[in-house]
Design a protein around this ligand. Structure first.
Ligand SMILES: N[C@@H](CCC[C@H](N)C(=O)O)C(=O)O
Length: 327
């Protein structure tokens, strides 16, 4: 059972009936598996966390994952995260598996891995420390600090277009940088970056004052995110779909970014997206390697380290409530 020494948090208990049973049917199907969960958030990007370190198998289907995340019929979250056992024969601490709110499984989640580090520390009652976590994007190392912030070594960005994956052609140093992409007849300029998961970063359209470095650029507060987001997400240039970061450069050390996430839509923050934004901004010559990314949910500090090429992301992770759910 999760016990947090830091702050008491509310507890709920609920059973999720199948959709058909919640919509007018008088017979409720018998519920199946019961899980203790904790809800955490990192800058408002919220997750259901389940301690599954005793078993190798992910215990839910994609449909059950989506149902748990549903804000009307479930707990409500941008994603579902399982703490899983470490791979045998490694010095790793544990593994992470994550599901988007639509039930799809991404390779990585930056805000999620900060929440996972805090969750495991809360469950185990362990002191702040650094963890080695295996993900579908490889080894990621979050360090929970005494001040509650989590600094994550996110590894190196992947820029080779085929590995993002994107069909956009490389334009600079084997990366797809500032490429034209057609969205309903408009020319957007985008840079493709993988942080284990795919990202399409844009600073605006060609010809409408884009080009944060040399023009006014996008104004993210006025931006029609839910109109454009889905068009980028399922664009033919991104065969595995993509997360998209719409970015306004304020100065070389500070940008504002609104994100449309693959499999989750508009969220208040995206950790991998903030990392991809700074990598794209550096490749386009717009920002410095140390840059604050201001998201609707708050700021993330990003450092694309010159020494080893790794990206370090620092931000918060907070418990919201715990509960028990049957799906
Ligand atoms: N919010 C996350 C990213 C979650 C996964 C993403 N939607 C995908 O499908 O790749 C983050 O903080 O990185």
């Amino acid at each position: 059972m999760l016990t947090s020494a830091r702050a008491p948090i509310a507890q709920v208990r609920c059973a999720l009936a199948p959709r058909s049973a919640t919509r007018g049917s008088t017979t409720r199907a018998r519920a199946g598996k019961t899980f203790e969960f904790a809800k955490y958030q990192g800058l408002g990007n919220d997750f259901v966390l389940i301690d599954n370190r005793a078993s190798d198998a992910v215990p839910v289907t994609a449909e059950q994952a989506a149902k748990m995340c549903d804000r009307n019929f479930g707990i409500g979250a941008d994603g579902l995260i399982f703490a899983m056992p470490a791979r045998p024969g490694t010095d790793e601490d544990y593994s992470m598996r994550m599901f988007n709110s639509d039930g799809s499984e991404p390779e990585m989640c930056g805000n999620g891995i900060r929440c996972l580090a805090r969750f495991v520390s809360d469950v185990d009652g362990s002191a702040p420390r650094k963890y080695k976590v295996w993900t579908l994007a490889g080894l990621i190392q979050p360090e929970l600090r005494a001040d509650g912030q989590v600094a994550v070594d996110m590894g190196k960005p992947v820029l080779e277009p085929a590995n993002v994956p994107t069909k956009l052609a490389a334009t600079k140093d084997s990366a797809a940088v500032r490429c034209e992409m057609d969205i309903d007849g408009e020319k957007w300029l985008v840079t493709a970056v993988s942080m284990g998961n795919p990202h399409c970063v844009t600073f605006g359209r060609a010809g409408d004052g884009e080009l944060g470095a040399d023009g006014p650029g996008l104004k993210v507060e006025d931006f029609a995110l839910s109109t454009y987001g889905p068009k980028f997400e399922s664009h033919v240039n991104f065969p595995a779909r993509t997360n998209t970061e719409f970015t306004e450069v304020v100065n070389r050390g500070y940008v504002k970014m609104h994100v449309w996430e693959r499999g989750a839509g508009a969220t208040l923050a995206c950790g991998t997206g903030a990392c991809a934004t700074v990598v794209a901004g550096v490749l386009e010559g717009r920002v410095d390697r140390e840059c604050v990314v201001e998201l609707p949910g708050g700021p993330l500090e990003i450092h694309w380290r010159e020494a080893d090429g790794n990206v370090i992301m620092t931000g918060p992770a907070e418990p919201v409530f715990t509960g028990v759910i049957t799906v």
